[in-house]
Design a protein. Sequence first.
Length: 312
Amino acid sequence: MGGPDSLDSVEPFLRNLFSDRDIIKLGPSFLQKPIASLIIRKRLESVIEAYSLIGGKSPLLDITNAQAKALENLLNSKFEIRNSKFRVYVGMRYWRPFIEEAVDHAMRDGISRILALSLYPHYSIATTGSSVKKFEEAIKKYHVDYFSAISWFNHPLYINALVENIQKGIKTFDKKPVVLFSAHSLPKKFVDKGDPYVNEIKGTIDAILRKVDIEWHLSYQSKTGPVKWLEPTTEEVLHELAKKGVKDLLAVPISFVSDHIETLYEIDMLYKNMARGLGMNLKRMESLNTSPKFIEALSDIVIKNAKDLGWI
């Protein structure tokens, strides 16, 4: 999705986000922007305060640039004896660098084939779907080969990267904690219409459970806007677990591959404080970010797709 790179860019970032009917429909189309303006006006002060608490901006671009550099280096090291040369560009949906800017940049550099790699492991029309739609709008004006890798929720190396960080997180407790998988929420009507997001989240969890023995629960965070979202919410599950006597809890942000406001503010501050007030010790699994196993997973996804397309 991208994220604001300063406090001044919080409002235009939110405006871009809430204006996208692929991610959330706010009434009939002609009311989308007016309703978005009302939501932004109501939430702006609290969102700016949240970004202030995590450094005055989203760290997402810096982390994604680091992921891109690590991926580019790994891909080129694997093909240094051959003619294949990889360049990795970063394009984001709702703030700079926008997807269309990244495509234009690649074209100026003379790139002849583009593989769009979604950094959402789990497909949803509201996230990957919106981003791929924007990518295809941007790329179609150029005469180049392109392909989109849109879902890799159960890729073995991605699962290994998650398991490694979950096991690290478990070791930070004196006793084995309960694991709470917290996924970004989604308007429920998307799933009711067949969106695979929830099934893919559960597919990731199933793959993890085949490798590590844990007591676990699933919840959804970050809902916003006047529609019905997925349940149960992370707040609700925290209260339920406290009532059951759970004392140690490892939060695993299952649908995120990078640190941003949902991990650094919502989990690390809001949920941790809520858990403490309920008598629980909540810690968060370290995000994948640039972990070598995760970069290896991305590399494998790229290489397999490129081979299937006959590009390498």
